[in-house]
Ligand binder design. Structure first.
Ligand code: C2E
Ligand code: MG
Ligand code: MG
Length: 758
């Protein structure tokens, strides 16, 4: 899975969790809101029912007052004239029922009689002499209506009162008006009844201006004349209540009193401009219901909150594992550096927005295997982490790097000059060498690098990294320490050649483009031909000659060497057979054998098969192996050598002294011949090569003691020949005698004269 996909997945998961959490939250909010709504509706219904109850009671009270007047009215309808005694009596009766405290009767000539509960009787009073509120009602009664006055203050009893007025009719003619007044306080017991209200419930009877007519006794009514005087309620709510009262409209209002939630109902009474204002708090009437609602809310919020917490935890877990996956996918677990996949992605991005010349540098440690074996895996890992830290410190903000595998690192550098890169790499190497692998001894870490500039490259991006690797491999081949090789034109040609070689090798083998060349091996004692070394030359179809240095290392890498070497053995045998058949005395031919062959299954059998095919005595074939082969496993190599020698082949050790020569290995191997590398002779023949000469001499002595012939390679001059002769060497090989020549030419020059005379 790539980074983009992982990030997209995480995005999807995030969206999913956000939606789920939101839905749960929304569900919780809706459920909680609905619960609140249900509770509020119930509260309003209950308070409203109570308000209607008050309203009905007040109406009944008013009706009963009117009823009394009607009764009096009918009484008077039958009398000739109004007698004060009748009034007095009626008032007395009414007073006994706490209904009226003053009563008046006006006849058509607008004179009247007034009776008060204390027994005062006033006759011939004028309409203008009485309170204008009653006047208004009396006038309405004269118009034939039953009338109830506005509330007014009666100085006599020092109370708010209301008055009723009814017309007195005789034969359907209005004969007069009877009116009576009573204290508004007669409604106090009604509004003071708690009913279903809680103790905190407030009931007020107000007029359209919010003026308090009467109210329940549980709030201080002393200084309160108007709703506006109530300190418990905020101004906004007061305005709402007064507005409702003035419009005589029923309304429900939610408010806060002392921070607790309350509900208010304004209910028009239907009498004059009166409205009832009933207020109760939520915890009052429906305390248990309110508590239940709270419990329900809390109990439903807890699982919701738990669900959201669980989802959050799950999300975090998924995010964490996603991050881990990203780490696994893009980071090297040992050093914490990016891995190759991430590096390629970053390289791609950098490539697309390339504005400056940049390069990729591959860094590899020389002999890392050795570090691993000598210092142990832990120390080797420590070294890799150390390198990571050093690179990290030394790269710029817009640069990046990765560890590909083992000891191979790639760095993307924004540099446009080779020298700058060389300087930076040298600085890096110096810092890397600060690590102490061994307490007793400083082990120098040698590094080789390959680099390529991105701007020099126009092909497919993937192929770019093969250029870097190619440059790295070339740096590896060089013997220089801390070598950095840039991919340039020369390397490009080499790479092209390698590509050609790899793509044509099989075809070339089939069409016999690999030619057998021979270089004579001269016996120094008598200067006669002793044998020859088979050296391959690739002659392409267009007659170009490719030398083994160009393709043998590559074939050793890709394994093709095993085929080629056996092919060369066969070619040598073919010529030997031809020479034997022609009656030439055969010579020994040395064939180079690559390392891989020695580990190949049925190697000995394959050789024997060839020998048999051409009926060649195996003693005519010397197999040249490289000393490096013995480094890995002497016993295994000795087993193979033993088998080959049993078959009759001769074994020679090639290029002795060129690599990590060890006399110890030499002593352990059962070989017939030792070929001293040409560098030996080169150095020994210098004027200051005295020591080398001494070593060479001792090696020859040693070889002889171990029953080995010695061959000196690279004999180029007469002096060279004299020197090796003097050192006791058995054979010489080199340009002094002949360059490698084609087998046919060799036959012409050397073999024909070896024809046996019958
Ligand atoms: P080698 O086996 O050590 O072969 C000797 C090399 O030294 C040959 O190079 C030869 O041409 C060169 N040489 C001979 N005399 C002189 C001299 O006087 N001065 C100098 N400077 N060089 C001299 P060549 O033919 O280019 O082969 C190079 C190497 O390639 C061989 O080194 C051998 O390791 C490998 N090689 C050649 N043919 C084969 C083959 O068929 N199979 C395998 N596996 N390797 C081969
Ligand atoms: Mg050789
Ligand atoms: Mg050699």
């Amino acid at each position: 899975m790539n980074e983009l996909k992982l990030k997209q997945n995480l995005k999807k998961i995030t969206i999913f969790f956000v939606i789920i959490s939101f839905l749960i939250f929304a569900f919780g909010a809706v459920a909680s809101y609905s619960l609140g709504q249900v509770f509020r509706d119930t509260m309003y219904q209950q308070i409203n029912a109570q308000a209607v109850e008050y309203k009905n009671s007040i109406n009944r009270k008013v009706q009963s007052g009117l009823q009394t007047l009607y009764a009096l009215n009918s009484l008077m309808s039958f009398s000739e004239y109004i007698q004060p005694e009748v009034f007095e009596n009626a008032l007395y009766e009414s007073n006994n029922q706490s209904v009226f405290f003053r009563m008046v009767y006006f006849n058509n000539d607008k004179t009247g009689i007034r009776v008060t509960t204390n027994g005062d009787i006033e006759r011939n009073i004028k309409l203008e002499d009485i309170n204008e509120n009653i006047q208004k009602s009396i006038k309405e009664a004269w118009d034939g209506k039953t009338s109830i006055s506005d509330v007014y203050y009666d100085d006599g009893i020092e109370q708010n009162v209301i008055a009723y007025a009814v017309p007195v009719k005789k034969d359907n003619q209005i004969e007069g008006v009877i009116a009576a007044s009573q204290s508004i306080n007669i409604f106090t017991p009604i509004v003071d009844t708690k009913g279903i209200l809680s103790d905190n419930g407030i009931v007020m009877l107000v007029d359209k201006n919010g003026k308090l007519l009467t109210g329940s006794t549980n709030f201080s009514s002393k200084n309160i004349e108007n709703i506006n005087d109530l300190k418990l309620i905020d101004d906004k709510t007061k305005d709402k209540i007064i507005l409702s009262a003035s419009n005589l409209k029923q309304s429900n209002i939610t408010l806060k009193i002392n921070k607790s939630l309350c509900y208010a109902i304004v209910e028009p009474v239907g009498i004059s401009d009166w409205s009832l204002v009933v207020i109760d708090n939520a915890t009052g009437v429906n305390k248990s219901m309110y508590q239940n609602m709270h419990i329900t809310r809390v109990t439903s919020i807890i699982p919701l909150a738990l669900a959201i917490i669980c989802i959050f935890c799950g999300y975090r877990q998924i995010k964490k594992s996603n991050d881990n996956l990203l780490k696994l996918a893009y980071y090297d677990s040992l050093t914490g550096a990016y891995n190759m996949e991430k590096f390629n992605m970053l390289l791609n991005e950098a490539w697309n927005k390339e504005d400056k010349k940049s390069a990729v540098v591959a860094i590899d440690i020389k002999q890392f295997k050795f570090v691993n074996e000598i210092f142990g895996e832990d120390m080797a890992n420590k070294l890799l982490c150390h390198i990571k830290t050093i690179i990290d410190k030394n790269i710029n903000k817009d640069e990046f790097f990765c560890r590909e595998n083992a000891d191979l690192f790639f760095i993307f550098m924004r540099e446009d000059e080779q020298q700058k890169i060389v300087d930076r790499i040298n600085c890096l190497i110096a810092q890397i060498n600060n690590i102490i692998l061994n307490k007793h001894q400083q082990y120098p870490i040698s590094i080789y690098c390959g680099a390529a500039f991105t701007s020099d490259f126009t092909g497919e991006k993937q192929q770019f990294m093969t250029r870097v690797m190619f440059a790295l491999n070339r740096a590896k081949l060089s013997c220089k320490n801390n070598n950095i090789r840039f991919y340039d034109l020369e390397l490009h040609k080499t790479e092209q050649m390698q590509n050609y070689i790899e793509s044509h090798m099989q075809e070339a083998l089939n069409s016999e483009e690999f030619k057998l060349f021979l270089q004579p091996k001269i016996k120094l004692e008598d200067g006669k031909l002793y044998g020859a070394e088979a050296l391959v030359r690739w002659v392409t179809s267009d007659n170009k000659m490719i030398f083994p240095d160009q393709f043998i290392p590559l074939f050793e890498e890709n394994g093709f060497c095993t085929k080629l070497d056996l092919y060369m053995v066969e070619k040598a045998c073919k010529y030997l057979r031809r020479w034997i058949d022609k009656g030439y005395e055969p010579i020994n031919i040395s064939v180079n054998q690559s390392k891989l062959l020695f580990y190949k299954e049925n190697y000995v059998e394959s050789l024997c098969k060839i020998i048999k095919k051409y009926s060649i005595p195996p003693s005519l074939i010397t197999l040249e192996i490289l000393e490096g082969l013995a480094l890995n496993n002497v016993n295994q190599l000795n087993d193979k050598i033993k088998k080959l020698k049993e078959q009759g082949f001769k074994i020679s050790m090639d290029d002795f002294g060129s690599g990590y020569s060890s006399l110890n290995t030499l002593g352990n191997l059962d070989i017939d011949e030792l070929k001293l590398d040409k560098t030996f002779l080169m150095i020994a023949s210098n004027t200051d090569g005295y020591r080398q000469k001494l070593i060479m001499e001792q090696i020859i002595v040693l070889a002889k003691k171990m029953n080995m012939y010695t061959v000196a390679e690279g004999v180029e001059t007469k002096e060279n020949e004299q020197m090796i002769k003097q050192l006791g060497c058995d054979f010489g090989q080199g340009y002094y005698y002949s360059k490698p020549i084609s087998a046919k030419e060799f036959e012409k020059i050397y073999m024909r004269e070896r024809k046996k005379h019958e």
